[in-house]
Design a protein around this ligand. Sequence first.
Ligand code: NI
Ligand code: MN
Length: 226
Amino acid sequence: MKFTYYGQSCFTIDVSGKSILFDPFISGNPLASHIDINRIHCDYIVISHGHEDHIADALRIAKNTNAKVVSNFEIVNWLAAQGITNNHPMNIGGHWFFDFGKIKCVNAVHSSTLPDGTNGGNPMGFLVESEGKIFYYSGDTALTYDMKLIGDYKKVDFALLPIGGNFTMGVDNAIIASDFIKCEKIIGLHFDTFGFIKINHAEAIEKFAAAGKHLLIPEIGKSYDF
Ligand code: NI
Ligand code: MN
């Protein structure tokens, strides 16, 4: 699987010949000013919750690419009302087999109001299975005991977790989360974009290493193989 980072919690995973874009927020992120969103190719857009820093470019990229939008029922309906009819509504606890593999929606402890104040349903995380591997993208969330269910469910090969703190869990709780999900390979997300979530990279990597885990702090615009 190829992982490409676009800043905040926005990334693509290329798997089984498809490109899946998660939580599109690029044009409003000064750290990602070198990314041209018109050049982003994707077959699916998966959205964890309704906050601006996860959905701001969803409409534009969905219209550019005609990618299928996968999110909770409320967010899919909100985008459908703006003309995005290629969509698939889901909710927590449900799963679906897409042409690249399986997505299971799991609990996230956060909020989800949409940018215009519309109710954005409940925030979600995702377990994605494809090519015999499983990854977990938690979305914005606190540390929660529900993550233990994921660790008991199946072997998670790598996980994408917020590490910026303030709005979500930070480094220390993300380490506990990676214990709960029994995963040693973590990609950090949701850091540095705003003042409240600026972190010390070296310290974060050291803390994960001391816990026997590997933290990747990705660079915006770069791709990594997992
Ligand atoms: Ni959020
Ligand atoms: Mn966020």
